[in-house]
Design a protein around this ligand. Structure first.
Ligand SMILES: [Zn+2]
Ligand SMILES: [Zn+2]
Length: 764
């Protein structure tokens, strides 16, 4: 603004306060019009600036005003947007880094106002260097001159540094003994080791990565063994789009997203003959790729590296590590060497993951690059609210009380992906993160929103907070509410929420729901007919449990295990050694179902996916969440329009019920007739899309609503979601889905916050 105002010879001032940015301008009318235009358009608009709204008012002429000045920010409270996300290295910095004459030539921590770390290095507000992990590095004269020059690209870039004054890189062995201490030598030795098949831990922006050559299957397998991650696909990194194109299909939109300042992992369709090591990503039809996003990555790839597996530096599902010493202790048994640096990471932030639904960018994991950018609610918010989220793929959020003088409505700060709270370390990290973000964004919640599930750790934590009013929100209602917030509406809509598990108002486990929902409340219009599921916690891992539950539901009292010996054999044949099931175990489960011992009723669609995947021989165990459903999606044969039969059953004063008896029977017949698994999978997916469409039509008939909001983990399935969205549109529905927050449980905290905000507003 300063630069534009000066160049247009306008006088006035600019400052930040809680309302955002205030600019006072004085000068010729056409020049101030030009100012407004240039403010909102490139090349003058900084790449990271987003103008949400701009109010213009006339004020009286101010005498004796000659210059345009930057005023000290109003200290009455802090602007929410002060702490921004970590941003990938910009083109200007890359150019300088490659320029031998530049004093930051080959410097692995080059950054500027338009790029570099932010959120991951901030300890407290205000966002000034002393409050970041850069405080230990005193700027040299050259850096300080740029930092203080308002016309410079590094004006007030808090992490600014150079080889003389800034952080350094070195390489150690897995005991922490130095191998190389000079930057260029450390990087080239790390590259040499990677190319030789070694595992190298690389310290990055929001944590450590375990890296290995993605073209070397032996090396990738070794990483899997050591990391104790047998199955989950690994993400990869390269330094150029052209390299990604060798292995995966990159659409125009995907290219834009890969190159965006957020630089997420993008899930891309695999190319059939890709030379990527098979053990990088088996059982899925996509590769997760990201481009280099830190200067250090670029310098490493410049050493003839083609493509690396870059997976989070943690063991199994533990939280990310951010301290050098802990990395050595925890990962010393995994990695052969450590490419370290001494710019401390204050907050660990995972890489974000995105994919595309109906040709729109959709987040699957919201973390680096996107957090803590606020999400705006259409409604204002009368009190600060904390939403605790759920227990799986947890995120939490804070809704900030709206400032009366601003046009901005409620701002919600969502945490990055925290993880599964049942891991004690993740739970600990959850509590710490809540406290940190609460301070960072100066929120003082009066209300807490949480899931309805009394057994959730997040619920128990929320209810234990002293002096806060608690609002429990049904899981699937929160899913649908998250879609409403994102699209700036309050409802009612027809909500289709499909996932693995959510506690229902009747004590059953819900998971395929048609809700007539608004932020005010919801009515359960329809659902998948309940089927019995034995074994509580084990049921989400062992597919034999939903298989037997669904068979029991389908064949009723006529069900004889002996008639299905062939099916059990087929399931066993697809199972890996560690997770074999036997007849004896199946008998015990069946007995449990019959006597209803440790058995619950469920409408979970996720478990139906597990069962079908197992029946067609894709495995019998979810080693990670949704492994079997993803495997089932991966084999869908394209171009099939056929689908299995299903029934919608309408009983008086009961919700509409989707019964899959005929579907299961159809699948059994097809398996017996040895139809290819890819065809069965397609017919199954198509059946669900058709059934959900019919459910929505029935809801429209009754309510006259024609907007459908879809959410829930099942809609991370691209084939199903694309098909459903297109069917709904063809049938004149207006379709809304999550984009800014994940459709999986990573999105429910936003929905909880919106429902709580609405409830509070209504009262006051
Ligand atoms: Zn830059
Ligand atoms: Zn310097």
């Amino acid at each position: 603004m300063y630069r534009i105002a000066r160049s247009l010879e306008l006088s006035g001032l600019v400052y930040n306060d809680t309302k955002g940015v205030t600019i006072e301008l004085q000068g010729k009318e056409e020049k101030s019009a030009q100012f407004l235009f240039r403010l909102q358009s490139s090349p003058d608009k900084p790449p990271l600036a987003q103008i949400r709204s701009c109010d213009v008012v006339d004020i009286p002429v101010i005498e004796d005003e000659k210059d345009f000045v930057i005023e000290v920010s109003d200290s009455e409270g802090t602007a929410l947007s002060e702490v921004t996300a970590d941003i990938a290295t910009c083109q200007d910095c890359l150019r300088e880094m490659a320029d031998k004459k530049d004093f930051r030539y080959h410097y692995p921590f080059i950054n500027c106002t338009n790029c570099g770390p932010r959120y991951s290095i901030v300890k407290t507000i205000p966002y000034d260097r002393p409050n970041t992990t850069m405080s230990v590095f005193a700027m040299c004269d050259k850096c300080a001159a740029q930092y203080n020059d308002v016309t410079d690209r590094r004006f007030h870039a808090q992490p600014v540094a150079c080889p003389t004054c800034g952080p350094k890189v070195w390489l150690t062995d897995n005991k922490g003994n130095n191998i190389k201490t000079r930057t260029d030598e450390a990087i080239s030795e790390a590259a040499r080791m990677l190319l030789a098949g070694k595992i190298v831990t690389i310290k990055g922006v929001g944590g450590f990565h375990l890296a290995v050559d993605a073209l070397n299957d032996k090396a990738v397998k070794r990483l899997r063994e050591r990391k104790r991650r047998d199955h989950k696909p690994f993400a990869m990194m390269t330094d150029a789009i052209e390299k990604i194109r060798e292995y995966a299909v990159v659409s125009e939109l995907a290219e834009q997203v890969l190159k965006s300042p957020q630089s997420p992992i993008v899930l891309l369709p695999k190319k059939a003959d890709a030379a990527i090591a098979p053990s990088v990503a088996s059982g899925v039809n996509t590769f997760g790729f990201m481009l280099c996003y830190a200067p250090l990555h670029y310098l490493l790839f410049a050493q003839n590296i083609k493509v690396l597996v870059m997976t989070s530096g943690n063991i199994a599902d533990e939280p990310l590590i951010c301290k050098n010493q802990i990395a050595l202790e925890r990962l010393g048994g995994v990695a052969d060497a450590f490419l370290m640096h001494n710019r401390d990471i204050y907050r660990q932030v995972d890489d974000s993951v995105v994919h595309f639904i109906a040709e729109e960018l959709v987040l699957v994991r919201r973390a680096r690059g996107y957090v803590p950018t606020p999400i705006f609610m259409e409604e204002s918010c009368r009190q600060d609210i904390f939403a605790a989220g759920g227990d799986l793929k947890n995120t939490f959020c804070f809704a900030k009380q709206s400032q009366p003088a601003t046009r901005l409505a409620g701002q919600v700060i969502c945490s990055e992906h925290i993880g599964d709270l049942e891991d004690a370390q993740v739970y600990h990290h959850y509590i710490n993160s809540i406290e940190h973000l609460q301070k960072l964004f100066e929120v003082e919640p009066k209300v807490v929103a949480c899931d309805l599930h009394p057994g959730y750790l997040s619920t128990q934590y929320a209810l234990s907070l002293p002096g806060l009013r608690a609002i429990s929100v049904q899981h699937h209602w929160a899913h649908i509410a998250s879609v409403l917030v994102e699209h700036g509406i309050t409802g009612p809509v027809i909500g289709l929420a499909c996932d693995g598990t959510g506690y229902g108002t009747d004590g059953a486990i819900w998971g395929c729901e048609c809700l007539i929902a608004s932020l005010e409340g919801f009515e359960r219009f329809g659902h998948l007919a309940y089927y019995p599921l034995a074994g509580a916690d084990k049921a989400s891992k062992e597919a034999i449990r939903p298989v037997l539950g669904l068979l029991k539901k389908t064949y009723g009292d006529d069900f004889e295990l002996n008639d299905f010996g062939w099916l059990l054999e087929k399931i066993e044949a697809g199972a890996d050694k560690k997770t074999k099931i036997d007849k004896r175990k199946s008998k015990i489960i069946l007995e449990q179902l019959e006597k209803r011992i440790n058995t619950i009723d469920t409408s979970s669609l996720g478990r139906v996916f597990d069962a079908v995947a197992a029946m067609v021989g894709l495995g019998s165990y979810n080693h990670f969440e949704a492994q079997l459903p993803m495997a089932l999606e991966a084999i869908v044969e394209e171009g099939i329009e056929d689908y299995y039969d299903f029934e919608l059953i309408c009983e008086a004063s009961k919700p509409l019920q989707l019964n899959l008896r005929k579907t299961i029977k159809g699948i059994i017949t097809d398996i017996q007739e040895e139809l290819p698994a890819g065809v069965i999978s397609a017919k199954f997916h198509n059946c669900l899309a058709a059934a959900l469409l019919e459910m929505a039509k029935a809801a429209r008939k009754k309510t006259k609503l024609d907007t459908v909001a879809i959410s829930g983990g099942v809609f991370c399935n691209r084939y199903l979601t694309n098909r459903l969205v297109s069917l709904l549109k063809k049938n004149d529905f207006h379709v809304l889905f999550n984009r800014d927050v994940p459709a999986n449980d990573g999105g429910i905290s936003l929905g909880q916050a919106a429902i709580a905000a609405h409830s509070v507003n209504k009262e006051s």
